[in-house]
Design a protein around this ligand. Structure first.
Ligand SMILES: Cc1cc2nc3c(=O)[nH]c(=O)nc-3n(C[C@H](O)[C@H](O)[C@H](O)COP(=O)(O)OP(=O)(O)OC[C@H]3O[C@@H](n4cnc5c(N)ncnc54)[C@H](O)[C@@H]3O)c2cc1C
Length: 435
């Protein structure tokens, strides 16, 4: 059973592995290290006053198998296996609700896109994902509404309790100590190797450090003298305490067409929403500077980046696509009462590119995390850039990290997609919008 140590408690002075960040990436690394090397002494250093103080707080806590890139498909497949057997493998109920994901198309072009996605998913072995024509969609999922003409349905998908998941990970890590409320952390490097981790309460001697600090990973890397290839993009979600009657509790998550507003039932009577909001940094930049859709260094408190219109815009998008008139369905003003609006960062790798027909390198927004050693510093490892799926991928991400740290082979060759220096993978774009 992992031990939680407060700032005033007894700090460990040595560890086999120190993990910086107690979110899904860090907690799962501690679990997987214990599974692969029972008794290994790990320390998780967490900046916040509890585990999961980062992006997972704003998350929808969803999972799905339908990823068109092979690496992510295998990563989620293995992770969902763990979720489905949580009682045996994690010793806990993590609140899995396997209710499915239903992507919707509202015209023939969108239907063709969903059909092509399903073909690709079948090619890589995900034959459980179904293409639904209008008649089948209406018969099986009336909540999709009469305007939807096609669906892509992933039955091995749903949501879970991410706090329960993270606590299960660390509880299983028998010799893990968790330090909370650590305001500052420095990885010490001597002669090109990690030799320890400094905190204001003391120093921990270690030859191995894992950076799993989410949006702050670049800053943690700088302390060790390295500049990590990641950028951050704010993303928002909101929860409502109420849900309209035609949207039943057993519904799958519904995902509309571009800009991919999505919603699922939450708790008994509520719902949780998001959409692929086109954020840019215009408001936080000096006049005249070109705008970007990302930040190199995250801004805190991140709440200042919230767009107050986000909930009403998301509802309006859904109401328009579903054809709900004023007062009906997603256009019912009750949705706007008692909203809990959240924001945090997606973290992306910033070193993905493809080579175009003229031989030029073109950067793209990759959905692949970095789970690898950082070769310039001995003993330094990274579990970063988990974008919008770091909860659903966490068990397998932890296992890849453990294999790297312990020098063991990867369980799946497709996991080399998560190497630092893997610039490209097929179908590695778009997140919700393309998969
Ligand atoms: C709106 C939104 C919706 C999302 N929906 C989903 C979803 O449905 N499914 C899904 O799988 N994912 C979802 N995600 C993404 C998911 O939350 C992230 O991918 C995941 O949380 C990343 O895990 P992480 O451990 O890398 O980072 P984080 O969760 O950010 O955790 C990093 C941890 O490190 C700590 N830390 C930071 N700096 C330091 C430091 N210097 N020292 C010590 N500790 C430090 C932080 O306090 C934090 O606890 C969503 C994210 C957002 C914002």
């Amino acid at each position: 059973m992992a031990k939680f140590v407060s700032r005033s408690g007894q700090l460990p002075t040595t560890a086999d592995v120190v993990i910086i960040g107690g979110g899904p990436a860090g907690a799962s690394a501690a679990w997987a290290l214990e599974c692969a090397s029972p008794g290994i002494r790990t320390v998780i250093i967490e900046h916040g006053s509890q585990l999961a103080s980062g992006a997972s707080n704003a998350s929808l806590e969803n999972f799905r198998t339908c990823w068109t890139s092979l690496g992510n498909a295998r990563l989620m497949g293995r992770s969902i296996d763990v979720f489905r057997h949580a009682q045996d493998l994690l010793g806990a109920d993590i609140g899995v609700k396997e209710r499915g994901y239903l992507f919707l198309g509202f015209n023939e072009e969108q239907a063709d896109g969903l059909r092509a996605d399903v073909q690709r998913l079948h090619q890589i072995g995900l034959t459980h994902v179904e293409y639904l024509d209008a008649a089948e969609l209406q018969a099986r999922f009336p909540q999709a509404g009469p305007r939807a003409v096609a669906g892509k349905y992933d039955p091995i998908a749903g949501w879970l309790d991410s706090h329960a998941l993270l606590h299960a990970f660390v509880r299983q890590a028998a010799n893990c100590q968790v330090l909370l409320d650590v305001p500052e952390t420095r990885i010490e490097v001597e002669g090109g190797r990690v030799v320890g981790v400094w905190t204001p309460s003391g120093r921990i001697s270690t030859a191995t450090a894992i950076i799993a600090a989410g949006a702050r990973s670049r800053q943690v890397g700088r302390m060790a003298g390295v500049e990590l290839p990641v950028v951050v993009r704010p993303r928002q979600s909101f929860t409502t305490p109420w849900r309209h009657a035609d949207f039943p509790e057993h519904s799958p998550m519904l995902i509309g067409a571009a800009p991919f507003a999505h919603v699922r039932p939450e708790a008994q009577t509520g719902a949780i929403f998001g959409h692929e909001y086109n954020w840019n940094d215009k408001l936080v930049k000096a006049d005249g500077e070109p705008a970007h859709d990302y930040l190199i260094d995250p801004i805190y408190p991140v709440e200042q980046l919230k767009d107050p219109r986000f909930p009403s815009v998301t509802l309006a998008i859904l109401a328009r696509q579903f054809g709900h008139a004023d007062g009906e369905g997603f256009a019912n003003p009750r949705y706007l009462r008692g909203i809990d609006h959240r924001i945090n960062y997606y973290v992306f790798r910033d070193n993905a590119y493809y080579t175009d027909d003229q031989g030029a390198r073109r950067k793209y927004v990759s959905q692949r995390a970095i789970i690898d050693a950082w070769s310039e510093v001995g003993g330094l490892y990274l579990s970063i850039a988990h974008a919008g799926h770091g909860i659903m991928s966490s068990p397998a991400a932890g296992e890849i990290m453990a294999a790297r740290v312990l020098g063991q082979p990867l369980s799946d060759p497709a996991f080399t997609d998560f190497n630092v220096d893997a610039p490209y993978a097929d179908y590695d774009r778009g997140g919700l919008s393309k998969d």
